[in-house]
Ligand binder design. Structure first.
Ligand SMILES: NC(=O)c1ccc[n+]([C@@H]2O[C@H](COP(=O)([O-])OP(=O)(O)OC[C@H]3O[C@@H](n4cnc5c(N)ncnc54)[C@H](OP(=O)(O)O)[C@@H]3O)[C@@H](O)[C@H]2O)c1
Length: 260
C-alpha cells in the first residue's frame, strides 16, 4: 500500500496514464518488480493487461489479488478493466521463456496501444519479437540497470565494479550493451530506457549485505543500511513511472534515480 500512496501523491489529480497497455514485468513476485506492478496497475486505461512473471506463482497470485482488491473506486486510469495474468516461470530456462511468451501472446490478444516490457529480473527479449511493429502500437522497453553498468557524474559517465559480484556486474554491463544495440536496431519503433533504481531495500540488498564475498563491500552495504540510506521500492519506482508518463527521454537514455 505504501507504493500506492507514493504514486497517488506524485500524480494526484493528473489525467495522464500509460495508455491501454500490455505490460510484462519480470521478477514481479517481490522486491522492486512487485512495487512496479502495483504502480503500473494504477496508471493504465481500462482494457489493459498486466503479465506478472516470476518462479513463485503463489506470490504472484497474492499480488494479483492485491491489485484486484485495490480496484474498487479506481478512475479512468486504474485497475478497473485490467486483466492480471500470473506466469510462474523460471526465465533462466528455455521452457520458462517459451511459457512466458505464450502467456503474453494470450494476454496480448486485447486491443492494446502500448506494449511496455519491464526487464526487471531477466530479459525476455522474445516477448518483444512476439509483438512486432504495427500501426497504432507504441512499444517501450525498460532495462533495470545498476551502478555497475553506468554511473553519471556532472562531468562523465563511468561504471563501478563491486568486488565479488563479477557475474552480476558483467551481466548488467552486457545487458546495457544489449539494450544499446536494441535501440540502434529498432529505432524509431521501440523506445528503450535504462533506469538505475538506486540502492533498494529488498531481498537482494539483504543478500548482498549478509553474504557478499568481499568484506569491505559487505561493511559498506551494512553501513548504508544502518544509516537509513536505502530507498524504498515505492519512491524509486514512482520516479520511473514519472519518466514513462512524461515520455520525454531520448530512446537509449540511461537515467539514474539520483539524477531525477
Ligand atoms: N536491490 C538493489 O539495491 C538494486 C540496485 C540496483 C539495481 N537493482 C536491480 O533492480 C532489479 C530488481 O531487484 P530487486 O532488488 O527487487 O531483486 P530481488 O529482491 O532479488 O527480486 C528478484 C525478483 O526476480 C525474480 N526472479 C529471480 N530469478 C528469476 C528467474 N530465474 N526467473 C524468473 N524470475 C526470477 C524473483 O522472484 P522468484 O524468486 O519468485 O522467481 C523476484 O521477484 C534487478 O534487476 C536488480 O539488479 C537492484
Amino acid at each position: 500500500m505504501e507504493s500506492r500512496r507514493t504514486i497517488s501523491e506524485l500524480f494526484d489529480g493528473a489525467s495522464r496514464d500509460l495508455g491501454r497497455v500490455l505490460c510484462i514485468i519480470t521478477g514481479a513476485s517481490r522486491g522492486y518488480g512487485r512495487t512496479l506492478a502495483l504502480q503500473v496497475s494504477a496508471l493504465v486505461q481500462p482494457g489493459s493487461a498486466l503479465v506478472l512473471v516470476a518462479r513463485s506463482e503463489e506470490r504472484l497470485r497474492e499480488l494479483q489479488a492485491e491489485i484486484q482488491d485495490s480496484g474498487a473506486g479506481a478512475g479512468a486510469a486504474g485497475v478497473a478493466g485490467l486483466a492480471v495474468c500470473c506466469v510462474g516461470a523460471d526465465l533462466s530456462k528455455q521452457e520458462g521463456l517459451a511459457h512466458t511468451v505464450r502467456m503474453a501472446k494470450e494476454a496480448g490478444r486485447l486491443d492494446v496501444d502500448h506494449l511496455l516490457l519491464i526487464n526487471n529480473a531477466v530479459t525476455p527479449q522474445p516477448c518483444l519479437l512476439a509483438f512486432p511493429r504495427r500501426q497504432g502500437l507504441w512499444r517501450t522497453v525498460v532495462n533495470l540497470s545498476s551502478l555497475c553498468a553506468h554511473t553519471h557524474t556532472h562531468t562523465h559517465t563511468h561504471t563501478q565494479a563491486f568486488p565479488s559480484w563479477v557475474l552480476y556486474c558483467t551481466g548488467k554491463a552486457a545487458r546495457n550493451m544489449m539494450f544499446r544495440v536494441l535501440r540502434a536496431e529498432e529505432e524509431p519503433d521501440v523506445k528503450v530506457l535504462n533506469y538505475s533504481p538506486g540502492p533498494l531495500d529488498t531481498d537482494m540488498q539483504t543478500q548482498a549485505r549478509c553474504s557478499s564475498g568481499d568484506l569491505e563491500l559487505r561493511d559498506s552495504l551494512c553501513s548504508m543500511f544502518l544509516q537509513g540510506q536505502l530507498l524504498s521500492c515505492g519512491e524509486s519506482s514512482a520516479k520511473l513511472m514519472r519518466l514513462l508518463l512524461e515520455d520525454d527521454y531520448p530512446s537509449g537514455a540511461q537515467v539514474d534515480y539520483y539524477e531525477l
